[in-house]
Design a protein around this ligand. Structure first.
Ligand code: 6R9
Length: 630
């Protein structure tokens, strides 16, 4: 049964109902799933603690809702179409039955290695179908997966292994990305000098040489050999943890966002079907990596729960040439295409030539996620990819929200460039001013909050519940605070303006300024640093670092490169500052706070009207910084 909305009036009607009778509304949606035991209460909530429970006492397994619930009708339909990095390599297609059997076999492998319900398993893998198999096998046996983006460094990986006390790491020998062959197992080995796990399972992808530690490391293909293609799913409570996903915040340490089973299942399927208007037989493609929430909710869980065909791409948009995305769209006759503004801008820079010659007529819906999409990129996407006939769904949401919160429903909600438009049913937005006063009516601008629970919301931050309360539920009483600024225009449409906290969004990836500063400060000659974001043509925001250091005998160029390498080693190449300026001092107030607004202005290229600098300890520092601007 599908809960797809078909008209604007239908959406408006359902939205009203979801607000006036939320429990009845979500119970109806949840009833189309397979529950081992139905819930006793739809919703219990308290935003002060916070303590939120959806479908209390409900028992289920999310993979039974992907497989058993649908196998009679979907068994031979493709679940995952995999397109490799190199267009000359043959891809793979896994039907629902084949995927089911792989998941069961790997679930049995995990069990044979002593992994049990509630254990944490790190997945550090490239974009191969086995990465999805790994996630689903964990869910099958009730283990909690935590996918770590395979571009993160050994030290970032070790921190995550330690934070969640993982029992196993699932990985690969290497990873193909563009024309590069990247070591993956070697990074795991390095991380395990610092952290420790009982078991490492290695999927062979590139065939490159790896070292295997006796009694700890095993080959994936050897372990699955001979395993049964059946596995009795673990019965989970609706509120049992499904996964942990680490994300950056305004403090230095990444936090483990926790999602639970029942609510996440209900919301990801519902939002997937409605936003993308998926019809049976469509080919849907989301270009995200499974290391991010978009990959979790809209490559794996949402589409598979909806019985969709989800295309998974291993490579990058520009290899072997900038026509690669469009060649894949033509080859697989993709109907819904979901990507990030940074990819659109990067491809836009190559002009329309790489697009020409490909048949993109299969496309029905275009999606955008990860950062605000600027109007120019929106129009380019709409005109040159969608040929003016595909609605663009600009989807606003977060790791913490689990699913899409604000977005047009494709073909239903009239769109407006750069606007995420209207909230999905069940999502009660609220705009507040700096004092937490709700700004009602249209034509207002402020901080975006959500005032009522939704099924796929964050439940806690792993191992530190108070951090969850402080970060999201304490800024504005009784509300979830998103960290984003927003405008509601005269039509009541929402436009996301970007982060209002110390989080930078680089190519759709979240980076805490403190996290990058901590990494920079690891360089032995660095005394202090301050990091801000600045507008970047392709990445949306770039990273600008102001660094005080002891130059010793280094040239500035050498030192800058060393600092970049340090950040790359500690977090990963995505966190490497775009610009590093060596400064004699930082603009600090008498109370020792760095005045970041000045640093942001200079990074943006503004050198006049610095505003009130009277509270600065040494206002002269500002002039020195302006003069040395990069
Ligand atoms: C899904 C995802 C979340 C932050 C979020 C916001 C920005 C995401 C956006 C958008 C404007 C959109 N963001 N989608 N800003 N328009 N359509 O990206 O999750 O990695 O946790 O990032 O990304 O600033 O707060 P995550």
């Amino acid at each position: 049964m599908s809960d797809r909305l078909h008209t604007l009036s239908g959406y408006l009607y359902e939205y009203q109902k979801s607000v006036s009778q939320p429990e009845e509304f979500w119970a109806r949606i949840a009833d189309s799933f397979f529950w081992r035991k139905r819930w006793s209460k739809v919703l219990d909530w308290n935003f002060e603690k916070p303590d939120v429970k959806w479908f209390t006492d409900g028992k289920l397994n999310i993979t039974e809702n992907i497989f058993e619930r649908q196998l009679f009708t979907h068994a031979d339909q493709p679940a995952i179409i995999w397109e490799p990095n190199d267009p000359d390599e043959t891809g793979r297609t896994l039907t629902y039955r084949e995927l089911y059997e792989e998941v069961c076999r790997f679930a049995n492998v995990l069990k044979s290695k002593g992994i049990q319900k509630g254990d944490r398993v790190i997945i550090y893998m490239p974009m191969v179908p086995e990465a999805a198999v790994a996630m689903l096998a964990c869910a099958r046996i009730g283990a909690i997966h935590s996918v770590v983006f395979a571009g993160f460094s050994a030290s970032a990986l070790a921190d995550r292994i330690q934070d969640c006390k993982a029992k196993a790491v699932l990985t690969s020998d290497g990873n193909f990305r563009g024309n590069k062959k990247i070591p993956v197992k070697a990074v795991v080995d390095e991380s395990l000098n610092k952290a420790s796990v009982e078991t490492v399972i290695v999927y062979k992808r590139t065939g490159q040489e790896v070292t295997m530690k006796e009694g700890r490391d095993y080959w994936w293909h050897e372990l699955v050999e001979g395993q049964s293609t059946k596995n009795q799913a673990e019965v989970m409570d609706s509120e049992d943890m499904l996964f942990i996903l680490y994300t950056s915040g305004s403090t230095g340490k990444p936090k483990g966002v926790v999602h639970t089973t029942g609510g996440y299942m209900v919301y990801t399927k519902y939002s997937f079907e409605n936003v993308f208007q998926y019809s049976p037989g469509d080919i849907y493609w989301c270009t995200a990596d499974i290391g991010w929430i978009t990959g979790h909710s809209y490559i794996v869980y949402g589409p598979l729960l909806a019985g969709a065909t989800s295309l998974m791409f291993e490579g990058v948009p520009t290899y072997p040439n900038p026509g690669r995305f469009w060649q894949i769209v033509e080859k697989h006759k993709v109907n819904q295409f979901y990507t990030a503004p940074t990819a659109i801008r990067a491809l836009q820079a190559f002009g329309t030539e790489p697009v020409e010659g490909y048949d993109l007529s299969s496309l029905k819906v275009l999606g955008s996620v990860g950062e605000p999409i600027n109007e120019e990129a929106w129009h380019w996407y709409h005109t040159h990819i969608g040929k003016g006939k595909c609605p663009i769904v600009d989807t606003w949401w977060q790791t913490e929200t689990g699913g899409i919160m604000v977005s047009p429903l494709a073909g239903i909600t009239p769109t407006k460039p750069a606007y995420a438009t209207l909230p999905l049913p069940g999502i009660q937005l609220c705009i507040v001013d700096a004092d937490g006063k709700e700004l009602t009516g249209n034509g207002v601008e402020g901080n975006l909050c959500i005032k009522f629970p939704w099924p796929s919301m964050i439940r806690t931050t792993y191992g530190d519940h108070d951090r969850c309360r402080k970060t999201y539920f304490s800024t504005y009483k009784g509300m979830y605070f998103t960290g984003d600024g927003v405008k509601r225009d005269h039509d009541g449409y929402y436009r996301i303006l970007g982060r209002v906290d110390d989080v930078i969004n680089v190519s759709g990836h979240r980076m805490g300024t403190a996290e990058v500063e901590n990494a920079i400060n690891e360089h032995p000659l660095v005394i202090e640093s301050a990091v801000v974001g600045y507008p970047h043509e392709v990445k949306g925001q770039g990273i600008y670092a102001y660094v005080i250091c002891d130059m010793k005998n280094r040239t500035e160029e050498n030192l800058v490169n060393e600092i970049k390498d340090t950040v790359s080693k500690i977090i990963g190449p995505i966190a490497k500052p775009d610009k590093i300026q060596i400064v004699p001092g930082l603009p600090k107030t008498r109370s020792g706070k760095i005045m970041r607004r000045i640093l942001r202005k200079v990074a943006e290229g503004i050198t006049e009207n610095m505003g009130d600098t009277s509270t600065l300890l040494d206002p002269e520092v500002v002039n020195q910084i302006i003069q040395g601007r990069k």
